[in-house]
Design a protein around this ligand. Structure first.
Ligand code: IVH
Length: 708
């Protein structure tokens, strides 16, 4: 993205985020989910990080909380109540951990705690007595909500003193051990002013109870526990707050010197302020990641909502020295679980043909993490849906993914639409076979809707065949992808044409039944390893009618000769060469008569066939020289070769052919007659046998040097 584009995008994002905020806080309307809003804010923050000079004081990214309500007295904070930067992926988290370790010039340990989804509170104790409770407000000035907070049982009205603590010494033993000279610290806490910051929230069960009661009396429901907690704290009548059964966990102490964040927690705890018991110290980044995973798996079972973890640099000295950037401390970060919704942009809309001929539009998306999975495709269901959403290429959309259901485009944020976009027009002809498309009305769960069909019964088969053709031995020879897999991927819209093979993402596949992370990664790797293909195989895999193996070779030879021995190295070169042919020139090629020549020319004229080649070019498929037709030399005469493992440059079949054209023999198993074993990646038992038998083992590069 250029700076000019970034500037425009930033302006639009700010406007949109402000609009949602206004609707939510002033008009009481929730226009968009929290997750989708977070996703937009995240994009804004990323852009602002990339172009820091585009940050303005009025940007929503610079905001902390909201302005105080006039009904409450204002409460000024002794030090600014900050916010946290959010990250959603392991990579982003690691980047943060690297950054802080580098800056602090030390290897750091961390203190991690659940990120409570509630409302931040500041509690001020003077000589151990609660004198003021305030909301965060804009970070500098909040609302004085002391009367309401005093109804929350979890918040002590006065701090525990040394005598009380001593009485519970057994139960508090771990915390006291951690504090060391705890008596001095407790004394300090009682001496002057101590501020405790934390989160007030309402449990899921309490929330359900309040909502049930509200439903009966007013018919109104609260959207989520956080809204209810915020509403309850800002009640003018404290007896209402009292009935809401709010809870509280502390996360920071201000005005007392602890060596670590862990100690701060322990001290708050012994002073009688609850801290989340699931908090933990982590020695290394790996431990934090495991904690994040573990808590993520158990969060649904907790009685309160958490939307991530907060990771703090444990050492207070390092934390303070790291300082503050904008609204957030550098030494802490919110590592959130991605919501089931996120925003992203539409890069293309493609149509896929189902088994029954139904045409299903699929949005190809800029990769986005939805619910912990990278999503690159989302269904648009049908033409009606496209029309209803008016989704266009370039649009910012909300994508929803629940469980292992296919992700779908829920809505379009039209305010973020770039200029000069066009309404999507559903193709009038099938993109696979070119037949006219038929419109039919079909029944769906929600009533009738229009669906488009390709009337050609062979169409799905053709699309499928085209892809399978590529995966087979005569084509790109891709291991681990068979008919079943291709069918499944076609159905889900993960595959639409041969080029889409190289656009598969392990994350998309890993979610499917029958796959796991490892098998998905292996498949994607196997496909990636086959991005280079011999010219004759490239031609063959295009699936031109009448063009089989022999004709493909003949065409490849002709192409190579005409480009003065240099093989046309890109798919686009092949297209150009085909375009330059006539019935006459094609018939000059051995083996090609008028029928085949005609079939080739007709094929090249079909737009979708051209697109297929262009797409192969765009995804980076490259073409290697054709395999020679005749023996090139006798240099391997009398020698036997065995290939094992995955080769990087050639297919195994090509490598074996190469051995043969140089007069050698290619065998499939290792014996004492074997002269060379060529071991690729992940070579297995054959490599071990070779080693046992003392056969010479070389790698692919060495083999290629021998050939040359
Ligand atoms: S530490 C510098 N710890 O998340 C701000 N915050 O997005 C100190 N929150 O304003 C935050 N649980 O209201 C911290 N265990 C936790 C938290 C937590 C919830 C909230 C807090 C903060 C917001 C930042």
């Amino acid at each position: 993205m250029t700076k000019v584009q970034a500037r425009q995008r930033i302006a639009k994002l700010r406007e949109e985020i402000d609009r949602y905020r206004y609707a939510y806080h002033v008009l009481d309307q929730s226009l968009i989910s929290d997750a989708a809003q977070d996703s937009l804010k995240h994009e804004l923050e990323q852009l602002e990080q990339e172009y820091p000079d585009l940050v303005t004081p009025g940007s929503p990214s610079q905001r902390v909380g909201g302005a105080p309500r006039p009904e409450f007295a204002t409460a000024e904070h002794a030090s600014r109540m900050l916010s946290l930067v959010d990250v959603f992926t392991e990579d982003e988290f690691r980047a943060w951990a690297d950054r802080v370790s580098k800056r602090a010039e030390a290897s750091l340990d961390f203190f991690v705690e659940p990120k409570q989804d509630g409302l931040a509170l500041s509690l001020v104790y003077e000589r151990g007595v609660l004198v003021r409770a305030a909301t965060r407000g804009d970070g500098r000035v909040g609302e004085d909500v002391t009367a309401n907070v005093k109804t929350i049982e979890a918040v002590p009205l006065h701090l525990a003193d040394a005598a009380t603590i001593r009485r519970h010494r057994a139960a508090l033993a771990p915390a006291l051990r951690l504090l060391g000279d705890w008596e001095a610290m407790v004394a300090q806490a009682h001496r002057g002013r101590l501020e405790i910051r934390g989160e007030t929230f309402i449990g899921k069960r309490a929330f359900a109870a309040v909502n049930a009661a509200a439903e009966k009396t007013s018919g109104k429901q609260y959207a989520n526990p956080r809204n209810l907690a915020a509403g309850s704290i800002r009640q003018l009548d404290s007896t209402v707050t009292a009935r809401r059964r709010l809870s509280f966990f502390a996360y920071a102490l201000i005005g007392i010197d602890c060596a670590t964040h862990e100690q701060e927690h322990a001290l708050a705890n012994v002073l009688g302020v609850p801290v989340n018991p699931l908090s933990n110290r982590c020695d290394a980044v790996g431990d934090v990641l495991r904690y994040y995973e573990r808590l993520g798996a158990q969060r649904k079972k907790l009685d309160y909502e958490i939307d991530g973890i907060v990771v703090n640099v444990n050492s207070r000295v390092a934390f303070t020295e790291l300082g503050v950037l904008g609204k957030a401390p550098r030494g802490a970060i919110a590592f959130k679980w991605p919501g089931e919704e996120a925003t992203t942009t539409v890069e293309a809309i493609r149509v896929q043909v189902g088994r029954t001929g139904t045409l299903t539009p699929v949005a190809i998306l800029a990769p986005v993490n939805v619910g912990g999975v990278t999503v690159t495709h989302a269904t648009l269901h049908n033409a009606d849906q496209i029309r209803r959403l008016d989704v266009r290429v370039g649009d910012t959309v909300i994508v929803h993914r629940a469980g292992d259901v296919i992700p779908e485009v829920m809505s379009v944020l039209t305010n973020l639409r770039p200029t000069r976009t066009k309404s999507y027009r559903f193709p009038s002809h099938c993109p696979i076979c070119g037949s006219a498309v038929e419109k039919r009305r079909v029944g769906t769960k929600t009533g009738q809707s229009a669906a488009y069909f390709c009337a050609n019964p062979g169409c799905y088969a053709r699309q499928r065949e085209r892809i399978l053709h590529c995966t087979r031995r005569g084509g790109y020879d891709i291991d681990g992808i068979g008919e079943k897999t291709v069918d499944k991927f076609l159905e889900l819209g993960l595959l639409t044409d041969p080029a889409s093979l190289w656009e598969l993402h392990a994350e998309d596949i890993a979610q499917l039944e029958g796959f796991g992370q490892t098998s998905a990664e292996n498949l994607v790797r196997a496909i990636a390893a086959r991005k280079t293909v011999a010219l004759d195989r490239f031609v063959l895999s295009l699936g031109i009618p009448q063009v089989g193996e022999e004709t493909s070779r003949a065409l490849a030879v002709a192409m190579t000769q005409e480009s003065s021995g240099r093989a046309p190295l890109t798919p686009r070169d092949v297209l150009r060469w085909l375009d330059a042919q006539t019935l006459d020139t094609l018939q000059e090629i051995p083996d090609i008569g008028p029928t085949v020549a005609g079939a080739i020319l007709a094929w090249v004229r079909v737009r979708d066939n051209r697109t297929m080649i262009e797409r192969l070019h765009d995804v980076g498929v490259t073409i290697a020289a054709s395999r020679p037709l005749h023996a090139a030399s006798e240099k391997f005469a009398g020698k036997t070769f065995v290939f094992t493992g995955e080769l990087a440059v050639m297919t195994r079949e090509d490598a074996e052919a190469l051995v043969r054209t140089h007069g050698g023999k290619a065998a499939s198993s290792v014996s004492k007659h074997t002269d060379y074993v060529i071991a690729g990646e992940r070579a297995g038992s054959k490599l071990r046998q070779a080693e046992q038998l003392g056969v010479l083992v070389i790698d692919e590069q060495q083999f290629l040097r021998m050939v040359q």
